[in-house]
Write a protein that binds this ligand. Structure first.
Ligand code: PMP
Length: 404
């Protein structure tokens, strides 16, 4: 692989930053958007916008159809068995909060246990901690090995009669580790425990089939998968969603309202109070079309090639340490450089037009596990190519010249 033929689909990437061609290596944080997505959102506002599910006029009917077609597209994309199992939220964070609060209200009480892993993003830790504060339930943590793989023997031992849910990330935003979630779900189900999968870093990079995984909930964000910001999806098995109470109250989520008592709409509308982010749902559907035209297997392969190339190049530096060396990784490489703070790495790379992320990556417990305050992270999307990796390597030489 040399140049990515997909780069031209992303208008933002043709600019100069600090007089250098932009090298964007921060897709795990948020991906850039292809022209097809930008045009879909803009065409919607130019031609089709009206509020949905309410109107009896042409524009509203058209907007409603596009919105509901997007739901069907997403259902097919992740192979959910029904469109009713697809709930729109503002993102992964909102999705996990929805499940924690709603599932929590229905099923979790004092001394119950919730299993998460040591590599979770804050958004798969704090919503559960809030629930624990409200209910007196407890968090149990699956430990990780030094290479960034989960310790599955310890995982199996965490289950007991009080375990009510497992919530685990499919691919880590820091380590890149792809967890064996199919196997982990099977283990949880043998213990009669449902599983929520945080798919924020998996959906943009690999085929995902929720029916094959047999997960009970799956959440993800559009903005990491070439779609607009402010939109995300909760997939939930109908059998759970029907038994869970609404998360927020308001328009659209009701069947009848009186001052004495209100009754609630059926799923998924029960969980979609208020006017949703219509334009960006439709934009996300265009992003899914974009990914599917390329093919999720091709996207995965493209990024694996880059991951291998970048890993090999980074290992040539004696003073670079890669954090996360699991066998099975997405295109994410976190690293530290002896005696140079990750923020300084990020700043010097930025002078060279290279965008990476530096910091704790919303995973402070993981930083503690690896005994580092922060790290630098390069991450790949379909628009990256080997030239971007070469620029990163040149950039690291520049960082070293600057500080040594
Ligand atoms: N989980 C993981 C693994 C993530 O990488 C992120 C975003 N960095 C989130 C959850 C939260 O996603 P969002 O900010 O889109 O809600």
């Amino acid at each position: 692989m040399t140049n990515s033929k997909y780069r031209k689909d992303f208008p933002i990437l043709s600019q100069l930053v600090h007089d250098k061609p932009l090298v964007f290596l921060d897709s795990a944080n948020s991906s850039q958007k292809p022209l097809s997505v930008i045009e879909t959102v803009s065409n919607y506002y130019l031609n089709d916008h009206a509020n949905i599910h309410r109107g009896i006029y042409e524009l509203s009917i058209r907007a409603t159809k596009k919105f509901e077609d997007a739901r069907l597209n997403i259902q097919k994309f992740i192979n959910a068995s029904s469109a009713h199992e697809i709930i729109f939220t503002s993102g992964t964070t909102a999705g996990i909060n929805l499940i924690a609060q709603s599932f929590g209200k229905a099923f979790i009480k004092e001394n119950d246990e919730i299993i998460i892993s040591a590599m979770e993003h804050h958004s798969n830790i704090v919503p559960w901690q809030l629930l624990c504060e409200q209910t007196g339930a407890k968090l149990k943590i699956i430990p990780i090995f030094d290479n960034g793989e989960l310790d599955l023997d310890s995982y199996k031992k965490l289950f007991n009669a009080r375990t009510k849910i497992v919530s685990v990330v499919q691919a880590s935003n820091v380590l890149g580790t792809i967890n064996p979630i199919r196997e982990m779900i099977k283990i949880a189900h043998e213990n009669n425990v449902p599983v929520l999968v945080d798919g924020a870093q998996a959906i943009p990079h690999m085929p995902v089939d929720v029916s094959d995984l047999d997960c009970d909930f799956y959440v993800f964000s559009s903005h990491k998968a070439y779609g607009p910001t402010g939109i995300g999806v909760v997939y939930g098995k109908e059998k759970w969603l029907n038994r869970m109470p609404p998360y927020q109250g308001g328009g659209d989520m009701i069947e009848t309202v009186s001052f004495e008592k209100s009754t609630y709409n059926k799923i998924p509308y029960k969980f979609e109070a208020g006017t949703p982010n219509i334009a960006d749902v439709i934009g996300f559907s265009a992003a899914i079309d974009y990914m599917q035209q390329i093919g999720m297997k091709t996207i995965f392969q493209h990024e694996q090639t880059l991951l291998q190339y970048a890993t090999q190049k980074l290992l040539e530096f004696p003073d670079v340490k890669i954090i996360g060396t699991a066998n099975n990784k997405v295109g994410v490489i976190a690293f530290v450089l002896d005696h140079i703070h990750p923020h300084d790495i990020g700043t010097v790379l930025d002078y060279n037009g290279i965008a990476i992320r530096a910091g704790h990556h919303c995973a402070m417990p993981l930083m503690e596990r690896f005994n580092i305050p922060a790290c630098a992270r390069a991450s790949f999307g379909i628009y990256n190519d080997e030239k971007d990796v070469d620029a990163l390597i040149e950039g690291i030489y520049a960082v070293k010249r600057w500080f040594n």
